[in-house]
Design a protein around this ligand. Structure first.
Ligand code: GLU
Length: 309
């Protein structure tokens, strides 16, 4: 495992030397203000060790990475019935695209594009007030990461609430197709707040550990989901976790992962580790540029790709 320590340190050193750092997301004003010269990485292995480097303790806006947690919760509530409302196929379109949604009568392709995550948020609202649902999601993130200090960045949530015009369009469009049970404002209230969860790489990599360990958090011994369900969430992350860059990520890294426009990526190496990287500058598909490069290095050096060493 000293080898892993050396690999993580090497990655941090190599990434620090990179000049091209991508562009921070500007469509959410609060994210536009984040300093792009930051990079963090944390690897938590299934035997409970953590190897971190760079800005691994700095909380950042996890944005769409939170969709992994809301999907897990929604599957717990609705089980396979969820798949009547949202598909399991890669979209091949940008995260906020509306085009496909019209052709497919308001049923989103998968739970990780914005439209799909909005349907997931609607599912979580059943028999709840928005505040209760948001509280449950925060509690779940804390439970997964075994860290009670995790909170929502209210400034980011407000920033998105004020400027999330496309998400409002997606939600109203689906409501028009009869695909949402609650008013768009309520559903988006939940959606914007879970996207605004702030977590560090260390916290995020611990939160993903159940997916690397057959559904059980090996650090606490608590079962989060069945092994079957963990495997399926991983499959969705592999196929759909990076929007229209999912194929390229599978090709380069070969591990299930979910990215967010805050520059974070959560990656699962089944049976081995959960990894979180963060660097705010994004590539052309809206995925962290340096984060993706770091993960490519990690997969190469460890041989952890699910497609073979
Ligand atoms: N909250 C962001 C949005 O809805 C999430 C997008 C992302 O992280 O990819 O636009």
């Amino acid at each position: 495992m000293n080898e892993l320590r050396a690999i993580v340190d090497d990655i941090q050193r190599l990434i620090a030397g990179r000049e091209e750092r991508g562009k921070v997301a500007t469509y959410i004003p609060e994210l536009a203000a984040v300093d792009p010269a930051q990079f963090g990485i944390a690897v938590t292995t299934v035997d409970g060790r953590q190897y971190a480097a760079g800005e691994a303790d700095v909380p950042f806006s996890i944005q769409s990475v939170s969709k992994v947690f809301t999907l897990t919760l929604a599957l717990g509530m609705a089980g396979d019935r969820l798949w009547n409302r949202v598909g399991k196929e890669p979209s091949g379109t940008p995260f906020n695209s509306i085009v496909q949604l019209e052709r497919e009568q308001g049923k989103p392709r998968n739970p990780f594009i914005n439209a799909g995550a909005i349907v997931v948020a609607d599912t979580l609202l059943a028999n709840h007030q928005p505040k209760e649902t948001i509280g449950e999601i925060v509690q779940f993130a804390r439970f997964l990461a075994t860290d009670e200090s995790i909170v929502i960045d209210q400034k980011v949530a407000r920033s998105e609430q004020e400027t999330g015009f496309r998400n409002f369009a997606l939600a109203q469009f689906m409501r028009g197709f009869g695909k949402l049970d609650h008013p768009a404002e309520q559903v988006l209230g939940v959606y914007f707040h879970h996207c605004a969860l702030a977590m560090s790489c260390r916290q995020l990599s611990r939160a993903g550990l159940f997916l690397a360990a057959g559904g059980r958090n090996p650090m606490t011994g608590r079962t989060v989901v069945s092994g079957d369900r963990a495997r399926r969430i991983n499959a969705l992350m592999l196929m759909c976790g990076h929007y229209d860059g999912s194929g390229d990520f599978a090709y380069r890294v070969g591990l299930p992962g979910k990215s967010g426009v805050g520059g974070g990526i959560l990656v699962v190496a089944p049976g081995r580790a959960s990894i979180a990287v963060w660097s705010p500058g994004l590539n052309e598909n809206g995925n962290s540029l340096l984060g993706s490069q770091a993960l490519e290095m990690l997969a190469q050096r460890t041989g952890w790709s699910i497609f073979g060493p």
